[in-house]
Every structure is written in C-alpha cells, then in structure tokens.
Design a protein around this ligand. Structure first.
Ligand SMILES: C[S@@+](CC[C@H](N)C(=O)[O-])C[C@H]1O[C@@H](n2cnc3c(N)ncnc32)[C@H](O)[C@@H]1O
Length: 279
C-alpha cells in the first residue's frame, strides 16, 4: 500500500486528470527485443487504475496487472472488463515485492510511478526497492526488458510549476525517490543490463489540466498528483490564498508559465530501462 497516499479514497478521482505518459517509450523498449510485440506478456507492476495497461493491451499478447490497493484494482478491472473476458489481461492484488507470478514468465515489466510509494529506508540502502527489482528480475524471461518510470531528483525540484509553493512536500518527495544512479546500481546487482534512460520531454502528468493555475484550489485536480497528500492544512491554505491573490491580480497565468520553464527542458519522468542478461 502507498506509504502516504490514500488510494482507496483517491481511486474515484485519479483518472480525472491522470494521463499515461511515455507509452511510446515503453513500446520502443519492448519492440527492441527479438520477438514480435504481439507475442509478448507484459507485467504492469503497481497498475493503479489501469491507464498504462489500457494504452498497451491491444499491442501485446497479454498483461498481468498487479496492485496492492483494492480500490485502484477495481477501477482497472471495470475499465478493462472486455479485455479480461477475452483473456488479454489478468488482475492480481499483491505487493510488487512478492509477485504472484512464476519465474521467467513475462517478457516485459513496466513500473510506472510506483517505487516512491514503497515505505522504504534510504539509510538502510533502499531494501524495498531492492526486493521489488529482484522480483522483476525473477519473473522476467532471459532477454526480457524492465522499464522503471520514475522522477529524477532534478525533475522533482524543477519539473512542476507548483513545487515552489509546497517546498516541504517537494523535499519529502525527493527523499522518497530512489536516486536514478542508485536504482541503476540495484538493477545491475540483479543481473539486468542497463539499456538506457529516456525522458518524454513533452509529456506532462496531468495532460492539459496541469497548466490550470487554479488547479490547487480543487481536490479533484490535486488527486492527480500524490504530492498533495503530503501538504498539510496550513500550507494548503497558504497556497490557496496565494493562487487567489495572483488570480485577482491577473498574474496567475504568468506565474505558471514562469515556474514551468525548466520542466520544458528536463521533463517530469525518466524511464530507466534494462534487459535481463542471458539471450
Ligand atoms: C501513482 S500510482 C501509479 C499507478 C499506475 N502505475 C499509473 O502510473 O497510472 C501508484 C500505485 O502503486 C500502488 N502500490 C503502492 N505500493 C505498492 C506495492 N508495494 N505493491 C503493489 N502496488 C503498490 C498503489 O496502490 C497505486 O495504485
């Protein structure tokens, strides 16, 4: 279960603003193997409401979708009911650190924006990240590909226009994200060979809604980014007051544009890709 977000509550709102970014990167990594996409079995680890699975299910042979949260899984099941009936997708309520799948049973593993929800201990060397990556390596067939969609420390600092308004939450978010070079070390230790890091520069997590300067005033909008679950009531009231004041002064659009500048150069997400050695 997420260490800080109440996904049972948020599952109803999540899809209103959340978009699957970087699907073309996932497809590119999958297609770079030796077998046709249409024959591949893909694991969606921490599938949430199934947005990535829905975007990819018609391209591959089958998806195994795993999530711990029953509310998120119920949304995914409802969304992908025809594909489930056709045997194209299966759902499993389980932790990514103990996958209910046989060894060497999938050709690809995608992990989209999940690792920072593990209640991990950086000081102890990220044991939960290590456990999850070891599981991904176990279930991958030789030649299979792991794709971890994560934010770099720089992206969590400069990749969202509203981060300067919520500095404590941004700091906590950085602390929760395993640094990419550390993740690469963990991946290598699991005998997965680094295949590249890819950044979807044009993709923004909430699509067009991201640019809505009045967004932080609305709980449904805030549900699209779990960072808001780390913002306490006092800070949220300060943010709302600032947004209203900027809006009244006709300066809100400019504030968003100015604080969105670095995002256009560094993006919001990084896909760390690796291949299981042995083919
Ligand atoms: C930010 S959501 C991402 C959902 C989906 N991958 C997406 O990108 O739309 C994080 C998801 O990870 C799930 N999750 C958190 N910890 C987990 C764990 N240990 N095992 C399985 N799922 C987990 C949560 O329930 C939630 O659905």
């Amino acid at each position: 279960m997420s260490g800080y977000e109440d996904y049972t509550r948020v599952s109803d709102l999540y899809d209103e603003t959340r978009k699957p970014i970087g699907v073309e990167i996932i497809l590119g990594c999958l297609a770079s193997g030796s077998r046709p996409l249409s024959e591949l079995v893909l694991l969606d680890a921490g599938c949430g409401t199934g947005n990535y699975s829905r975007a990819l299910v018609s391209q591959v042979a089958r998806i195994e979708a795993v999530d711990l949260n029953p509310g998120m899984l119920a949304k995914a099941r409802a969304k992908l009911q025809p594909e489930a009936s056709a045997g194209r997708i299966g759902f499993h309520q389980a932790p990514i650190g103990a996958l209910p799948l046989k060894g060497e049973s999938v050709d690809g593993v995608m992990v989209n924006q999940v690792l920072h929800h593990l209640n991990d201990d950086p000081a102890a060397g990220w044991p939960l990240v290590r456990e999850a990556v070891a599981e991904f390596a176990r279930v991958l067939r030789p030649g299979g590909v792991l794709m971890v969609n994560i934010c770099s420390q720089q992206q969590i600092t400069h990749g969202w226009w509203y981060l300067p308004l919520i500095p404590e939450a941004a700091e906590e978010m950085r602390r929760r994200h395993v640094p990419i070079d550390t993740l690469q070390g963990v991946i290598n230790a699991c005998r997965l060979s680094h295949a590249g890091c890819f950044v979807p520069l044009d993709g923004v997590m909430q699509g067009q809604y991201y640019f809505n300067g009045r967004g932080p005033l609305d709980e449904r909008w805030r549900a699209g980014d779990s960072i808001w679950a780390m913002v306490d009531e006092d800070r949220l009231e300060t943010v709302k007051a600032k947004i209203r004041a900027l809006d009244e002064a006709g300066a809100l659009e400019e504030f968003v544009r100015e604080h969105d500048g670095r995002r256009r150069q560094i993006g919001q997400f990084t896909f760390v890709c690796a291949r299981k050695v042995g083919q």
